[in-house]
Write a protein that binds this ligand. Structure first.
Ligand code: ZN
Length: 547
């Protein structure tokens, strides 16, 4: 007889949940922002020293641990920034100076770049050096041994001056592919010389996530020093590469706000931060600071003088905007149907777009956001829907013009009292000499209550002149109009229908210290289209102030 063996009862079969894999101790992550250094290297971006100080304050509010402020050895503006920032109290962040290892021909203590790094007087310095043989022998034209010597003595010297050192291993992944032994030797030299972090850089942005994971694991087996990741976006993998590196055990993630940076940009912290906190449950910022993300994103766009990317994940205007009728209907029942997170967690909000795709339910939802309650079978609602569809056929578009949409809605349901009435305008553009710029002048006649106001103004162009004349006429009745700024003006020529002249659509974005709003105008005449959008922009501001 066979001995009786005890067979354990099989555990009840259960479908494992995603992410259930046991996570051992997870070190605290370090968020290292390089908007002011790598981000400033983006095409079309230029920050003054004062701009940089303002951005640094915002980043500090957001709760990042490190702010890479610039490269003092390469940029005189950055020297100014480091001088000013020393006097600015920051609550969370440490400002870091960035620079390269010494030049091959210089003694380390005589190297101007190294001296500039010391002169920046930051507690921490990030030094970058070469890991790729191609760069050592071809770009620098020095021996592999010499490069190791440069890495070692540059770090050791700065360390001897009492600084903390982070080492950016430039082109590490490409370097490892070309010559793994040498790439690791460069890291070893940095660690031996005293680097406290080794940041693996995908400088050319061509590495794939699975390669990043594998190489992060290789480096972790070799070294006990904490690692960082610095990824560029040339293959549109920068965020993904940063995420897999963190999953593989890297503790420092470098990136920029909105992903701005050289060529195709850097890893976008506006995506990485919510990914870390909301998807990986790895706290990266302090208590509820993530809700400031959208504001910080908008601030950097504004300071960098770039166009906002409406479709940017998490923080873009359209990130939680619903247009299709089916989507709107479902989201009204339960937001989770078409929203992967609660938008407010990143400081964003849900938007319902009204377009000919959306039926009555979409419009009803929209109208409610204006504080107007209508029942679904109210004939005014059907009328408004018909008007909107008709206007959209004529070329109006309300997705970027919510100011005009609200005014239109209020008029349709009899809840609007106009703040002024146009009696007429005239715009003259005159060019007197071939080599002189033309002069634009506008006159406007408006009626406010019983008073008629007739004013003239000049401007940089006809629309600008019209805008000036209109405000000048109205400011004495509504002084708050002097806080309104025209932020953006866009014209699009709409394709002509059979037998009609082509029309233009003008979209204007206006703003004051609190808010921004868009308005629209459509006409065969560009001045008429501009007038409609300008007048709505002013009317909307006055409506805001009546609330
Ligand atoms: Zn970079």
């Amino acid at each position: 007889m066979k001995p009786k063996t005890h067979k354990p009862k099989p555990a009840a079969a259960r479908t494992p949940r995603l992410g259930e894999r046991a996570l051992q101790t997870r070190p605290t992550l370090e968020i290292y922002d390089t908007t002011l250094r790598d981000g400033a290297q983006a095409e079309d971006v230029s920050f003054s020293a004062e701009d940089k100080v303002m951005v640094a304050r915002k980043l500090d509010d957001l709760g990042v641990q490190y702010i890479e402020g610039g490269w003092p050895g390469a940029n005189p503006k950055d020297i100014e920034f480091f001088r000013i920032i020393k006097t600015v109290p920051l609550r969370h962040a440490t400002v870091v100076a960035f620079g390269s290892t010494r030049k091959a021909g210089n003694r380390v203590r005589k190297d101007p770049n190294i001296q500039a790094l010391l002169a920046a007087e930051t507690e921490t310095i990030t030094l970058f050096g070469k890991s790729w043989t191609l760069h050592v022998t071809e770009a620098l034209g020095i021996s592999l041994a010499k490069n190791l010597e440069i890495i070692g003595d540059s770090i050791a010297y700065l360390k001897s001056k009492g600084r903390r050192l982070f080492y950016d291993a430039e082109h590490f992944f490409d370097g490892y592919k070309a010559n793994p032994d040498y790439a690791l030797q460069t890291l070893r030299r940095a660690v031996e010389a005293g680097a406290e972090r080794v940041i693996l850089c995908d400088t050319n942005g061509g590495t794939m996530p699975w390669e990043i994971r594998e190489l992060c694991e290789v480096v972790q087996r070799e070294f006990s020093v904490p690692l960082g990741i610095h990824a560029h976006n040339d293959s549109e993998m920068a965020v993904a590469n940063s995420m897999v590196a963190i999953e593989a055990g890297v503790i420092q993630v470098q990136g920029t706000i909105n992903g701005i940076g050289e060529r195709c940009g850097n890893a976008n912290l506006c995506s990485i931060l919510p990914n870390l906190e909301l998807k990986m449950k790895r706290p990266a910022l302090g208590d509820r600071r993530l809700a400031r993300l959208r504001e910080v994103s908008g601030f950097v766009t504004e300071i960098a003088n770039l166009m906002p990317n409406k479709h940017q994940p998490y923080v873009g205007d359209a990130a939680f905007a619903h247009k299709g009728g089916v989507h709107i209907h479902a989201v009204q029942k339960n937001r989770a149907t078409y929203e992967h997170i609660i938008p407010e967690l990143v400081g964003n909000r849900q938007r319902m777009l009204v377009s000919d795709y959306a039926g009555k339910s979409g419009l009803l939802g929209k109208v409610e956001t204006y504080g107007i309650r209508l029942s679904k079978d109210n004939p005014q609602l059907q009328e408004l829907l018909t008007t909107l569809k008709d206007l959209e056929n004529q070329g109006y578009q309300f997705e970027g013009a919510e100011g005009s949409l609200e005014l239109l809605t209020r008029k349709a349901v009899g809840r609007h009292k106009p703040s002024f009435e146009l009696l007429g305008f005239r715009v003259i553009v005159e060019k007197r000499k071939a080599d002189e710029p033309p002069i634009s002048e506008a006159t406007v006649m408006v009626k406010v209550g019983g008073a008629v106001e007739h004013t003239a103004a000049v401007g940089a162009g006809p629309v600008n002149a019209l805008d000036h004349a209109l405000r000048k006429a109205l400011e004495k009745f509504y002084p708050q109009l002097n806080e309104v700024k025209l932020l953006d003006y866009k014209v699009r020529v709409l394709a002509a229908n059979h037998g009609t002249a082509s029309k233009v659509r003008v979209l204007i974005e206006s703003g004051d210290h609190k808010e921004k709003w868009g308005t629209v105008g459509v006409s065969e005449n560009i001045m008429e289209a501009s007038w409609q959008a300008l007048a709505d922009g002013i009317e909307f501001k006055l409506l805001q102030d009546k609330r």
